[in-house]
Unconditional design. Structure first.
Length: 94
């Protein structure tokens, strides 16, 4: 099972768009202050939607930092990225 995106994946997406080293992006940094504009933010959101996340530009723009985006992505992850519940054993399983 794919565990979904983590904070380094998010930082990598932003670093690629800004053409800056991943290490220069902190989890709590304001990404707009680092140079991330609305067009690039929409591009990032679109890439994540293609992966099955139900995320949009407005959600990202509301709190533009890696930590907040991680929380949003975790909450909107596609089913394959969500932890599944363990099935309850039946008498046939014993």
């Amino acid at each position: 099972m794919n565990a979904g995106l983590n904070t380094d994946d998010i930082r990598e997406s932003v670093a690629r768009e800004l053409d800056i080293p991943l290490e220069s992006i902190g989890v709590d940094d304001d990404l707009i202050s680092l140079g991330l504009d609305s067009i690039r933010m929409m591009k990032i959101a679109g890439g994540w939607r293609k992966q099955g996340y139900t995320i949009n530009f407005a959600q990202l723009a509301a709190d533009p930092n890696v930590g907040s985006w991680f929380d949003l992505l975790r909450a909107t992850a596609p089913q394959e990225h969500q932890p599944s519940e363990q099935p309850t054993p039946t008498s046939d399983d014993e």
